[in-house]
Design a protein around this ligand. Structure first.
Ligand code: AVI
Length: 347
């Protein structure tokens, strides 16, 4: 994303490899040496990839955005009442979406909004727009990778914190990473709560179609990751030499997006070459789907318990309120002692 862009832009004049670029190259090569080969989904999101993702969210097959929005529309006042008034809302990931505006509009006297994302210019522009729309709301954008520790300035020190993490982004992390991320977000919440969008297991044909649409937008989105790698790392992936595939992995309960090599080929990456066999898959993304039990168990491992679950009539998607389990909070995580749990928060 923007961090990748920035690291590489600094190299434009030097003709040498900057340490940041070397680190990027090494991490890409490390992924390509694994079995199966892997690249990080961050490579989807250059400018074209971000536009393609917006198109995906409008596709008839991609139910996730539509269903999450329908849950929010129909249950918003209940959701807002459940998290309470005077909150400091922290949103990991880009915070410009309809969902963020809907939540902020529905909350009672939100005190502060803190979006955290690596796309710095985009983030600041969105923060400025929100300041104009919500007079009295303190908006402080933090340009950072939300998966790593980041510092939140004390702009609303006496307010309960709510972490807002919609869109089923949690599904893009494998289980170990997801538990780590949820634990990290629990520390960020400081004894507060979290609203999270969670995609549920359903008919596999519905799930596969969402990642392999008839118009080929997801295929273009997937292949664009190779174009992005070529442009930024100087690799020579031949896009015509790969095709998009989405498969349901029932054992791991996830959709996997693959880029499948059409033939045996060598790809140059920096000063190295990587060999692909004909039919060999490069994994570009996991998108985990949960049952209520598997999600609750994972959240529990990260020190959260489930406060409430809102879902659609087919139970395809859910919005869940997680409550920090105070027994797992260290003395340094202020807030838990200050804000007592409501009786309704008991699982
Ligand atoms: C961002 N993330 C939640 C999307 C998903 O559904 O896993 C990314 C995506 N990949 C293909 N289509 C959408």
């Amino acid at each position: 994303m923007a961090a990748v862009e920035r690291a590489l832009e600094r190299l434009a004049d030097t003709g040498r490899r900057h340490p940041d670029e070397q680190a990027l190259l090494s991490s890409v090569l490390e992924g390509l040496r694994r079995r199966p080969k892997r690249i990080s989904p961050v490579w989807f999101y250059d400018e074209r990839g971000s536009c393609l993702f917006d198109e995906i969210c409008e596709l008839p097959e991609y139910y996730l955005t539509r269903v999450e929005l329908s849950i929010l529309r129909s249950r918003l006042s209940e959701i807002a009442a459940s998290v309470g008034p005077d909150l400091c809302v922290i949103e990991p990931g880009s915070g410009t979406s309809t969902k963020t505006r809907m939540l902020l509009d529905a909350l009672e006297r939100p005190a502060a909004y803190v979006p955290v994302d690596v796309a710095c210019e985009h983030l600041e522009a969105a923060a400025e727009r929100l300041r104009g729309e919500h007079r009295g709301l303190k908006v402080h954008a933090i340009c950072a990778d939300f998966t790593a520790p980041f510092r939140i300035p004390e702009i609303a020190p006496f307010h309960n914190r709510l972490v807002y993490f919609p869109g089923s982004t949690i599904g893009n992390f494998d289980r170990h990473e997801a538990v780590q991320l949820l634990s990290h977000l629990r520390r960020v919440a400081r004894g507060g709560s979290m609203l999270i969008g969670v995609d549920m297991v359903k008919d596999r044909h519905v799930m596969v179609a969402a990642y392999d649409d008839a118009a080929g937008v997801t295929a273009a989105f997937n292949l664009n990751a190779l174009e992005h790698l070529n442009r930024r790392l100087g690799s020579d992936f031949d896009l015509a030499g790969f095709h998009h595939r989405a498969v349901w992995n029932a054992v791991s309960s996830r959709i996997e997006m693959h880029l499948v090599s059409r033939q045996r080929q060598l790809v140059r990456i920096g000063d190295d070459f990587v060999c692909f066999a004909a039919g060999e898959a490069l994994v570009s993304e996991y998108s985990h789907k949960y049952t209520q039990e598997t999600f609750a168990a994972m959240a529990g491992e990260a020190g959260w318990h489930i406060g409430q679950v809102w879902t659609d009539p087919r139970e395809w998607f859910s919005v869940q309120r997680l409550v920090a389990d105070c027994s797992t909070i260290s003395a340094g995580d202020r807030g838990c002692r200050v804000h007592a749990r409501r009786p309704s928060d008991t699982a």
